[in-house]
Design a binder for this molecule. Structure first.
Ligand SMILES: [Zn+2]
Length: 286
């Protein structure tokens, strides 16, 4: 990560001498102090209204104002909404857009949002993250100290447009006429998608996953678009768990972004298991 040197402009108080002996001191409004910005490269990129892809982002460290965003009762029910507001606040540049704001933060791909969140932690509190996981077999806990600056980041080829994700299912979706559809095509999820499904996901993680997949589903074999939309989330209820796992892997582990899963060996029973990086203390010092 490159640290940009952005000095604040010095504005001296101007002294205006009036007639005779009266001195008036005129102080112009002080410009907002600008923190140093930290530049990073998005794994996917922001696609603007003209279809251009911007990969370079500049973040500033979190401040007390951002702590208030995280503590806001309204945001407590939606991690996705909190993330949008936090990014809107801390993202000072995106490509050639200055202070892109909330609407752009919501437009960003989820992969980029998680990447920016990780960078935000790194520049504000340092790259060390302590998290505790418990073994699914014996419940013995293990505490890991991660260097998040070393996490693998999968990136879309430079200059390339974020591609749709094509998945060939093993069992597929069978409609009432008995026709089998095995090719599912998804677009990359965005912050807006995450915000939309957050209420459902909070109630039921599996339903939340269905809702997110339904929003991002753009093709099912030769099935007409209107029919895909009419089926909505029910199409995913009918898929086998094996097929659902295939989709999950393609959308998460194989997709662009920060590799959030890691192998853990239980110190109690020796079982090897996989954990997803615990983000609950992500935005606090550890
Ligand atoms: Zn164990």
């Amino acid at each position: 990560m490159r640290i940009l040197d952005r000095k604040e402009t010095d504005v001296d108080a101007t002294i205006i001498e009036e007639e005779e002996t009266v001195l008036a001191v005129e102080t112009p409004p002080e410009p907002a102090r600008r923190q140093a910005g930290f530049e990073c490269e998005l794994p996917v990129g922001y696609v603007d209204e003209d279809g251009r892809v911007h990969r370079t982002a500049v973040l500033r460290k979190m401040t007390g104002r951002d702590e208030a965003i995280m503590a806001d009762r309204r945001n407590r029910n939606s991690g996705a909404r909190m993330m949008s507001e936090l990014l809107a606040s801390c993202l000072v540049e995106l490509g050639n857009v200055e202070n892109p704001g909330l609407a752009v933060a919501q437009t960003l791909y989820s992969a980029d949002r998680y990447y920016l969140l990780m960078k935000l932690r790194e520049i504000t509190f340092g790259s060390e993250l302590t998290a505790t996981y418990s073994c699914p077999t014996c419940k013995e806990s293990v505490t890991l100290v991660e260097d998040i600056s070393q996490l693998e980041v999968r990136r879309v080829e430079p200059g390339a447009f974020p591609e749709e994700i094509v998945i060939d299912l093993e069992d597929g979706y069978v409609d009432r006429a008995g026709e089998i559809y095995t090719t599912f095509v998804f677009r990359q999820p965005t912050g807006a998608d995450e915000e939309k499904i957050s209420a459902v996901a909070r109630e039921n993680a599996s339903r939340g996953k269905n809702a997110l997949m339904a929003r991002c589903l753009v093709g099912v074999g030769e099935m007409p678009k209107a029919r895909i939309e009419a089926l909505g989330t029910s199409i995913f209820n009918d898929l086998t768990l094996g097929d659902r796992a295939l989709i999950d892997r393609a959308l998460n582990e194989d997709g662009p972004g920060v590799a959030m899963t890691r192998p853990v060996t239980c110190p109690g029973c020796g079982r090897d298991y996989e954990v997803t990086l615990d983000l609950s203390n992500f935005l606090r010092p550890s």
